[in-house]
Design a protein around this ligand. Structure first.
Ligand code: HSE
Length: 333
């Protein structure tokens, strides 16, 4: 496990609290052999670490508080190259410009015969086609359900459940932090207070300007474009506008006219954009509030298919990682 923020801790918490259920229902037992973080230390033990102790150490401030035996001087790249494990989970902070340092770590893991599961959006937004080819060449699995809409299965819906339909457009609310802020502002809360709450609740990116300026949604648009339309979108070239220009007055003005501001991402075979839009309250997307996200796939055979669910949060995105691990276990038979 690379990264120990809200998402990494969310996964560890699920693995700890649901260990018996996962074993009984799915024959799934997780052995966590390494946790590598940028600023909270590292642990590696090929026979397995104690998950409850890892959680306690992180809550106490860092992996230095982990008491049991472990090697502590591994970095992520060395682990990806030389560690003994089956699946690398990348949940470190996102860089949408370069995908780094996670991109090199993922490349190394796939090249060295490991399956990879990402919550980190950067490598997928920047280099999906390359990573997909690398995984195929090494007969490895690459999964990234948590990169769009947290644990709500937006990617699995598009790629698996809707296989056979042609998707012609994708439109939705794909950033939880901004949707939370806009919802709180409607109840009269100040922008800064709502943002601070979104950070405290583990919804915001490590650098929250990525959320409020629209880049996180743009990164998700790039991921959806690559995997649905086979088209690489450069986030820096997209038309992207965030919510920082939306004031308490404009929220109130919209409400007075039975409307709501929502940050909407649109992706078609021709490109993508992220813009704040004033929607009539009768529009289904206008009713999606708080941390909840929604995505509408427009298809040839079914028309519009809309999925609504949590789009951010530690446990919610930790579940996405679990769902990918279970998927890999199924594929391995
Ligand atoms: N910061 C992101 C959001 C996290 O608020 O939606 C989930 O990708």
């Amino acid at each position: 496990l690379i990264g120990s923020g809200a998402v990494g801790q969310g996964l560890l918490e699920i693995l700890r609290s649901k260990a018996d259920e996962l074993q009984q229902e799915y024959g799934f037992t997780a052995r966590v052999v390494a946790v590598v973080t940028k600023s909270r230390g590292a642990l590696y033990h090929p026979q397995g670490l104690d998950i409850a102790q890892i959680i306690a150490a992180l809550k106490a401030g860092g992996l230095a508080h982990y008491q049991a035996t472990a090697e502590r001087d591994w970095d992520a790249l060395r682990l990806a190259r030389d560690g003994q494990f089956d699946v690398l989970i990348e949940a470190s902070p996102t860089d949408l410009q370069t995908g780094q340092p996670a991109l090199d770590i993922v490349r190394a893991a796939l090249t060295n015969g490991k399956d990879v599961v990402l919550a980190n959006k950067g490598p997928v937004a920047v280099a999906y086609a390359e990573l997909r080819a690398l995984a195929a060449a090494n007969q490895r699995h690459l999964r990234f359900e948590g990169t769009v809409m947290g644990g709500t299965p937006s990617i699995r819906l598009a790629l698996q459940a809707l296989a056979g339909c042609r998707i012609t457009q994708v439109r939705g609310i794909v950033n939880g932090t901004t949707n939370y802020i806009l919802t709180q502002m409607e109840s009269g809360q100040a922008y800064d207070t709502a943002l601070a709450q979104a950070q405290a609740l583990g919804y915001a990116e490590t650098d929250p300007s990525g959320d409020v300026d629209g880049w996180d949604a743009a990164g998700k648009a790039a991921i959806l474009s690559a995997l649905i339309f086979n088209k690489r979108l450069d986030v820096a070239q997209m038309s992207v506008q965030g919510i920082s220009g939306i004031t308490a007055a404009s929220v109130a003005e919209a409400a007075a006219q039975q409307q709501r501001w929502k940050l909407i991402a649109t992706i078609t075979p021709d490109g993508g954009s992220v813009q704040p839009v004033r929607l009539p309250i009768s529009n289904p997307l206008a009713g999606v509030s708080g941390i909840t996200n929604a995505i509408t796939y427009t298809t040839d055979l079914l028309g519009d298919v809309t999925l609504i669910g949590p789009g951010a949060g530690g446990v919610q995105t930790g579940f996405a990682l679990l769902s990918d691990l279970l998927d890999i276990q199924r594929l391995r038979g």
